[in-house]
Ligand binder design. Structure first.
Ligand code: CA
Length: 750
C-alpha cells in the first residue's frame, strides 16, 4: 500500500515518449523525450538520428544523449552536442558507435533518464539542471570510453587528461545568431584519463589535447572494473567557459547523480503538482500530465547568473552582454494561441518574467522577433508577439518596460521590416493603403491580411489603455480589414489581387498560395477578435454553423497547390478522420469554439470532446501533429479544463466542457480554482448548465480575473445536448457590436 501521507510524485505520470513516433512526412514536431528543468536553458534527449527528428521511438539504436536547444525540427538545432559511453573497439561517428537498446531498459522522466546500452553492456544515466547535467555510467570490466561530439560548425576543444577535464565551444547553429555567438562546454570526469584524443570525422588525433576547426570531437578513456561507476558533470553557457564553470558550481557543485535527480524531481513536482485531477482514467492522467510537462519546456531561459547571482545574458540580437533576463526558442504564430494564456493563468510569475524577457529582446534588436531561435529568424507570418504582449497587458501584467513594448508593437504595425523577413510584416504598406495584402504581389496574402488585422486589434487594445488615441482609431479600422478578403460568391476568404479582382481559379481544397499551411477550409477563420463580424459575413449564426458542420463532414481532400507535394499537415488531416478540421496544425485551433459564438455551444462540446479523446494519448503515437513549443499540449490542457482563450489580447476565455469530473488547481496567488464536470462520463459530454460558486452562470465566457479569484466553476453534464441557443450579445467582445457601447465590460457573472 502506498503511504497516503507521502507526497504525490507527479513526474511518475509523465510519459516523455508521447508523440515520439515522429518523422519528416508524419510529424509530431519537437515531441522529444526531453530531460530538463522547467524552461531550462538546455535539454537532453536520447538521440537515434543526427538530423532534426532527433529521436524516433521505433529506432532501436541510440547514438548518445544530445544536449539540444532545438525548438522545432523545422527550425533545427543550435549549440548541440552528443555524449556517448563505449567500451572495446573505438567507433567515434554517430552511426558507427550506436548501440541497440530495449524499450523496457530505457526510462525517461522530466528530470532524468537511464538506458542500458546492450552493445556495450553499459548503463547510462543522466539528470539535468537548468544549464547542466550529471551523468553516471556503469561500465563492465574493460577500458571505458566517453565520446563528446558537437555538430557541423566551428569548434574548439581542450583536454586536461590529469584533471579529467574537457572545455571548449561549438558555434553550430541554424541562423539567428551574431558572429561572436558560441555555446561553451565544460565536462568534468570524476577521475584522471588514461587515454584521450580529438577527432574530426574519420580523422583521429590520438593523444592530442587541443584542436580547433570544424566539428572537433573528443574521446577520453580510463580503466574500469566490473560494475565500475563513473560520473561526469557537464555544463553549458552562451557567455564563456568561465560562465559555464560558474553554472556548474551553482547548479551541481558537489551533488552526485542521485542528489541532482532528487532536486529535479522536487522542482518538477512543484510545477506539475498545481493540478489535482479526480475521476480520470490512468491514460487520461498520463496524457494530461505529459501535456503539462510539454507546456513547461518552452521558451528556454537564456540568462545566466553573474558573479553576484544576478541574471545577465549574451544577446543573440546584438552580440553584447546585457544585465537582466532573456528567453529564446519560440514560434509566436503557434504559441500565442494557447501557451501564453495558459501560463498567464497558472504560472503567472514565470510568465511575467518571460514577457519581460521578450520585451528585452525587442529593446536589444529593435523589432519584435517572429521566431526567436535564438535570435531573429524568418519563419511563418505576421508579428504575433504583438498578441502575446497585449494579452499580458490587458490581463494586468505590468512588470516590464511598457512604453518600450508598445513602441516595438507599433513598429510592427507601421514600419517595414528587413528584406529577409526576419522582422516586420511583408506587404504592410499595401495592407495599410489598400486594406489587404495583394495576392499577386505576396505569398500567403490572405493569411497575412487576417493575421495583421488581428494583431492590430491586439495593439489597439494596448494603445487604448495607454491613451494613444490616434493609433487606436487607425489600428481598429485596420482590424476590420479581414472583411476585404471575404468573397461572398465562394463563401471563403480568398486571394485578392492589387487591382481588386479575385485570384483565379478558386479551389476550396488548394493549399498554400494565399493561405499558409492550409486551404480556404483551414485558413478562413483567423478572425478571433471579431467572431460576430465573421459570422455576419457568412450570413448569420445559422449559416455560419452550417459551414462548420460541412467542414467536419467533408472528406479530407486536399490539393497540394503551391507546396508542390504533400506536406505532413495534409497527411495528418487525412489520417485524423475529422474532415477538413485539421487539428494537426494551428489555424483551426479556435474553430470548434466558434460554434459557441454562433449560438450552438453543444456542437463545440461534442467535437472538443472527440478531439480530446481520439487525437491525444500518452504513447508514441499520442499526438495529433507538430508540438509547437507547447501549443498543441496547451490546447489539450485548456480544453480539458473547460475553458479556451478564443482571442488572446482580450482577457476572457470561452467556456467549453471539462474532460474530468473534478480538477482542482492551486493558483499561485493562494486561491484554489475547482472545475467540476458533474456527472461527467464518456457519454455525458454535453453541458446542461453552469454554476459559479453555486449561482447560475449564463455567460458563454469567463473573465481572466474571475478565474484568478478561484472558487468553483461547475458544469452539469448530460448525454443530451442542451440546445438552448446562446445569444449573440453573450459574446465577450466584438468589433461589430462595440462601436456604440465602447469597451465591453470584463466583469463577472450576471
Ligand atoms: Ca504547426
Amino acid at each position: 500500500m502506498p503511504d497516503p501521507a507521502a507526497p504525490v510524485d507527479y513526474t511518475a505520470w509523465v510519459r516523455p515518449l508521447q508523440g515520439t513516433a515522429s518523422q519528416f512526412n508524419f510529424s509530431h514536431g519537437n515531441c522529444l523525450p526531453l530531460v530538463s528543468r522547467p524552461f531550462g536553458m538546455v535539454a537532453f534527449t536520447p538521440q537515434t538520428d543526427e538530423g532534426r527528428w532527433i529521436f524516433h521511438s521505433a529506432n532501436r539504436k541510440l547514438q548518445g544523449v544530445r544536449a539540444t536547444h532545438q525548438p522545432s525540427p523545422w527550425i533545427a538545432d543550435y549549440g548541440h552536442f552528443t555524449l556517448m559511453p563505449q567500451v572495446g573497439e573505438r567507433f567515434l561517428g554517430a552511426s558507427a558507435r550506436a548501440s541497440v537498446y530495449r524499450d523496457e531498459e530505457m526510462c525517461v522522466k522530466p528530470h532524468y533518464m537511464q538506458v542500458f546500452l546492450r552493445r556495450y553492456m553499459t548503463m547510462m544515466e543522466m539528470a539535468a539542471t537548468e544549464r547542466c547535467a550529471r551523468f553516471r555510467f556503469t561500465f563492465p570490466k574493460e577500458t571505458g570510453r566517453i565520446i563528446l561530439e558537437p555538430f557541423q560548425g566551428d569548434s574548439s576543444l581542450t583536454i586536461e587528461p590529469e584533471n579529467g577535464i574537457v572545455t571548449g565551444y561549438t558555434r553550430a547553429n541554424s541562423g539567428g545568431v551574431p558572429d561572436n555567438y558560441a555555446t561553451y562546454i565544460v565536462a568534468v570526469l570524476d577521475r584522471p584519463m588514461t587515454g584521450h584524443g580529438l577527432f574530426q570525422g574519420k580523422e583521429v588525433h590520438e593523444g592530442e589535447t587541443q584542436r580547433s576547426g570544424d566539428r572537433v570531437g573528443a574521446y577520453v578513456e580510463f580503466p574500469t572494473e566490473e560494475n565500475s561507476v563513473v560520473e561526469m558533470k557537464v555544463a553549458t553557457s552562451f557567455i564563456s567557459v568561465e560562465q559555464a564553470w560558474r553554472n556548474l558550481e551553482r547548479e551541481i557543485g558537489d551533488n552526485d547523480y542521485e542528489a541532482v535527480k532528487r532536486e529535479g524531481e522536487r522542482v518538477w513536482n512543484g510545477m506539475l503538482g498545481r493540478f489535482e485531477i479526480e475521476g480520470a482514467s490512468e491514460e487520461q492522467l498520463a496524457t494530461f500530465t505529459t501535456c503539462l510537462y510539454r507546456a513547461l519546456l518552452f521558451p528556454h531561459r537564456w540568462h545566466e547568473p553573474d558573479a553576484d547571482g544576478n541574471p545577465h545574458h549574451f544577446s543573440p540580437y546584438d552580440g553584447q552582454l546585457h544585465p537582466g533576463v532573456l528567453y529564446a526558442d519560440n514560434g509566436f504564430w503557434d504559441t500565442h494561441r494557447t501557451v501564453y494564456p495558459f501560463l498567464s493563468l497558472f504560472y503567472p510569475e514565470e510568465y511575467q518574467e518571460i514577457i519581460r524577457g521578450w520585451v528585452q529582446a525587442c529593446k536589444e534588436g529593435g523589432w519584435t522577433p517572429r521566431w526567436p531561435s535564438p535570435g531573429y529568424r524568418s519563419c511563418m507570418i505576421s508579428t504575433h508577439l504583438d498578441a502575446v504582449i497585449a494579452d499580458a497587458f490587458v490581463k494586468g501584467f505590468r512588470d516590464f518596460d511598457v512604453e518600450a513594448a508598445y513602441q516595438a508593437l507599433r513598429r510592427d504595425a507601421f514600419e517595414t521590416g528587413d528584406a529577409e523577413e526576419n522582422t516586420g510584416r511583408k506587404g504592410i504598406v499595401e495592407f495599410d493603403e489598400m486594406g489587404y495584402v495583394p495576392a499577386d504581389k505576396y505569398h500567403h496574402s490572405v493569411s497575412c491580411t487576417l493575421d495583421y488585422a488581428y494583431n492590430d486589434y491586439c495593439i489597439a487594445e494596448m494603445a487604448k489603455a495607454l491613451g494613444h488615441e490616434e493609433d487606436v482609431r487607425h489600428l481598429r479600422e485596420r482590424a476590420t480589414y479581414y472583411r476585404n478578403v471575404y468573397d461572398p460568391s465562394v463563401g471563403f476568404m480568398r486571394g485578392r489581387n492589387a487591382d481588386g479582382s479575385w485570384r483565379e481559379p478558386f479551389d476550396e481544397f488548394e493549399w498554400g498560395g494565399p493561405y499558409v499551411e492550409g486551404s480556404a477550409w483551414q485558413c478562413s477563420w483567423a478572425v478571433p477578435h471579431d467572431p460576430a463580424g465573421l459570422i455576419a459575413l457568412a450570413g448569420g449564426p445559422e449559416a455560419f454553423a452550417a459551414v462548420l458542420d460541412r467542414m467536419l463532414a467533408l472528406p479530407p481532400e486536399f490539393h497540394v497547390g503551391s507546396y508542390g507535394s504533400e506536406i505532413h499537415e495534409m497527411a495528418e488531416m487525412a489520417h485524423a478522420k475529422f474532415g477538413q478540421y485539421a487539428h494537426s496544425n494551428q489555424p483551426v485551433h479556435h474553430v470548434l469554439y466558434l460554434y459557441s459564438c454562433a449560438g450552438q455551444p453543444w456542437k463545440a462540446q461534442y467535437w472538443v470532446r472527440r478531439v480530446l479523446d481520439e487525437l491525444y494519448g500518452s504513447g508514441p503515437d499520442g499526438f495529433p501533429g507538430d508540438e509547437d513549443n507547447g501549443e498543441m499540449s496547451c490546447w489539450y490542457l485548456l480544453s480539458a479544463l473547460g475553458i479556451f482563450p478564443l482571442c488572446p489580447g482580450h482577457p476572457t476565455y470561452v467556456l467549453g466542457n471539462p474532460l474530468f469530473p473534478k480538477a482542482t488547481v492551486r493558483l499561485s496567488n493562494g486561491q484554489t480554482l475547482t472545475v467540476i464536470g458533474e456527472g461527467n462520463s464518456r457519454e455525458n459530454v454535453y453541458v446542461q448548465r453552469v454554476t459559479r460558486d453555486g449561482e447560475p452562470y449564463r455567460r458563454t465566457w469567463i473573465a481572466h480575473e474571475d478565474l484568478m479569484r478561484g472558487g468553483e466553476l461547475t458544469f452539469v453534464m448530460g448525454a443530451q445536448p442542451n440546445e438552448t441557443p446562446s445569444r449573440p450579445e453573450d459574446l465577450p467582445f466584438s468589433l461589430s457590436t462595440e462601436a456604440d457601447g465602447g469597451a465591453p465590460d470584463h466583469g463577472s457573472a450576471e
